[in-house]
Design a protein around this ligand. Structure first.
Ligand code: TYM
Length: 339
């Protein structure tokens, strides 16, 4: 049998829980924008079904979904060029996830480090959905036969599991139906760290708001958070390698590089020997410069929720045009009767 050739297609998603932060922007959204309009068909999704694996207040979930959509658009995702929608409006994701629940093995799920981190000592009491989450993520990707998946470093294991699920499905049913999707992880900001502890990643769930830059923060809070960011006493070194063992310093250099679209080595070349009193204000100015127009545009978009809802509904229709035939073919392969 000749190998099928898959349309170059990008899929990625962001959970609408707890608001967007700089890690989501630099590790994901900014790169989604870069992949738009070129060789790939691009599909971007607000993954609301993933959010409810932990408790969500319904009104906050609705608004959080619109806010992530606004964040995508304000950052440069064009809902005409890309397909932009929220996951629950395309039921094929959940339907394919069920098939994948029957393909993936319990042992595979037990190896997922994110589940272990999130469930912690409480693993018996978390939702079954949180445990099965990676099978839904595989369905998100494979319901579009997506070939490329831009994500931050923390999602790499889930994309690898997606490949394992695709390979097992193809093998079990003796088909070459699902592609082995490639994770696309690159640039200086694949793992933006917590501003108060450079050994932990920046996340929505940290206890203090000072740990992260939110995409809705105003200029004063951005400047204050960088000013108070933890660092060590030494100035910036004159080589990038000398940042080894200085996680907080390395993080701020990486953030600067990602915001300025230059390499960390170039940041070092520019600021070698500079103290934090020089570098932190420069970083804060750069961040305000890049993020303030986005947060202003997000606020403008959020003032017309009906328009955001229309954009998401239209995106969902376009997504279903791709997803429905792939689900139908999957059902045929599995032996589920239907037209
Ligand atoms: P989520 O919502 O936690 O994060 C969305 C995206 O942001 C990236 N990210 C980061 N990148 C760099 N530094 C950080 N500190 C940081 N924090 C978050 C994440 O890697 C991700 O790319 N399971 C996914 C959502 C999802 C998905 C998918 C992604 C569901 N289905 C299908 C790709 C394809 C998640 O919880 O991401």
């Amino acid at each position: 049998m000749t190998k099928p050739s898959f349309t170059p297609r990008v899929f990625s998603g962001i959970k609408p829980s707890g608001g967007l932060h700089l890690g989501n922007y630099l590790g994901a959204i900014k790169r989604f924008v870069q992949m738009q309009g070129g060789e790939f068909e691009t599909i971007y999704c607000v993954v609301d079904l993933h959010a409810i694996t932990v408790w969500q207040n319904p009104a906050e979930l609705r608004d959080g979904t619109r806010e992530v959509a606004a964040g995508f658009i304000a950052s440069g995702i064009d809902p005409e060029t890309s397909i932009l929608f929220n996951q629950s409006q395309v039921p094929e994701h959940a339907e394919l996830a069920w098939i994948f629940n029957c393909v993936a093995r319990v042992g595979w799920m037990n190896r997922m480090t994110q589940f272990k981190d999130k469930a912690g000592a409480n693993a018996e009491a978390v939702s079954l959905g949180l445990y099965a989450y990676p099978a839904l993520m595989a369905a998100d990707i494979l319901i579009y036969h997506a070939t490329h998946v831009p994500v931050g470093e923390d999602q790499k294991q889930h994309v690898e599991l997606t490949r394992d699920i695709a390979a097992k499905f193809n093998h079990d049913f003796k088909v070459d139906f699902f592609p082995l999707s490639e994770p696309v992880i690159g640039g200086p900001a694949t793992r933006v760290m917590n501003l108060r502890d450079g050994t932990k990643k920046m996340s929505k769930s940290g206890e203090s708001d000072m740990e992260r830059i939110n995409m809705t923060d105003d200029a004063d809070s951005i400047a204050k958070k960088f000013r108070k960011a933890k660092t060590d006493p030494a100035p910036l070194p004159d080589t990038f390698e000398a940042l080894e063992g200085r996680p907080e310093a390395r993080n701020l250099v990486d953030i600067y590089a990602a915001l300025a679209d230059i390499t960390p080595e170039e940041v070092i070349a520019q600021y070698a020997g500079a103290g934090w009193g020089v570098f932190k204000p420069a970083l804060a100015d750069l961040a305000v410069d890049k993020l303030a127009p986005i947060s202003t545009e997000m606020a403008r978009l959020m003032a017309d929720k009906a328009e955001i809802d229309r954009i998401l509904a239209r995106g969902a229709e376009r997504a279903r045009d791709i997803a429905a035939p792939i689900l139908r073919q999957t059902y045929d392969i599995v032996g589920l009767l239907g037209k």
